[in-house]
Design a protein around this ligand. Structure first.
Ligand SMILES: CC(C)(COP(=O)(O)OP(=O)(O)OC[C@H]1O[C@@H](n2cnc3c(N)ncnc32)[C@H](O)[C@@H]1OP(=O)(O)O)[C@@H](O)C(=O)NCCC(=O)NCCS
Length: 239
């Protein structure tokens, strides 16, 4: 199936073993559900300085969920886990043997991927895309532009969003972020194709070190996960 239907089972009580090297755990979190805040002192200060109340509440909910989830794998008090930020902005857990992870949030929902290898995740909800042609010209690989142009008009916005989500998941996996160049990552985009990273800078061998999956989340959400593994099984949990 081109887009996976992941099952999200309720959060298990107690500690969790790290996923196997060719598996990622995907956590889905509804940020509107009230939960205990579990922030570090600096995150608390950051949250307090936020003026936009909804953004503040989503920040607190996402960070608290992240800390709670990570503590299930590595133990310790969620508030005291040593979260750090790499040069290009990707958060990581600064301790030996820690899993790698990545976070995405949109419209009051969040997904967190946990793996033993580099991992990136992205979530987008269907929306009208303004200036689609310009975005495609600036951010898509030429082969993607060709594939998109060949589609009937009524399938293009959906395929654009699918590709965008997949490309962002790749750039978040490497830690480069969007600044790394969306056009360098050539992905599949048609609804009848499996999600796949075809090439990086035209290099198919480099791309084969990564696995990309597309899956549905929160009903209407389109999500993609990319990890540095030749194959990748997914296991879903709901917090
Ligand atoms: C990371 C990035 C891809 C986010 O895209 P988005 O679709 O808006 O947001 P998402 O919800 O999917 O992801 C946001 C999360 O990605 C994570 N993240 C941030 N930088 C990241 C990076 N370089 N690689 C991987 N993950 C990153 C963070 O956990 C962030 O959540 P937080 O802000 O609550 O801590 C994009 O903002 C980016 O490329 N940032 C890199 C730095 C950059 O280019 N900044 C521009 C400054 S002018």
């Amino acid at each position: 199936m081109a887009t996976l239907d992941l099952t999200f089972t309720p959060c298990p009580d107690g500690p969790l073993a790290l996923p196997a090297a060719t598996c990622a755990h995907v956590w889905q979190i509804d940020l509107e559900v009230a939960r205990d805040a579990m922030l570090s002192a600096s995150e608390n200060a950051h949250a307090k300085a936020m003026r936009h109340l909804e953004k503040q509440s989503h920040y607190i909910a996402t960070r608290s969920a992240l800390r709670l989830i990570l503590s299930k794998y590595v133990g310790g008090t969620p508030e005291h886990l040593p979260l750090a930020i790499a040069r290009q902005g990707k958060p990581f857990l600064d301790m030996a043997g820690a899993p790698q992870f990545n976070v995405t949030h949109a419209r009051g929902k969040a997904l967190i991927a946990v793996a033993q290898v580099a991992v990136g995740i992205d979530l987008e909800f269907a929306r009208p895309v303004r200036q689609l042609d310009r975005l495609v010209e600036n951010y898509f690989a030429r082969a993607e532009e060709k594939a998109l142009t060949a589609l009937p008009d009524d399938q293009r916005a959906q395929a654009f969003l699918a590709a965008w989500t997949r490309k962002e998941a790749c750039l978040k996996a490497t830690g480069e972020g969007i600044a790394g160049g969306l056009h360098r990552y050539h992905v599949t985009l048609r609804a009848d194709e499996h999600a796949q990273l075809i090439s990086i800078d035209g290099n198919e061998t480099a791309a084969s070190a990564w696995t990309l999956h597309a899956f549905r989340a929160f009903g209407g959400g389109q999500a993609a996960i990319c990890a540095e593994a030749p194959t990748l099984a997914l296991q879903g949990f709901a917090l």
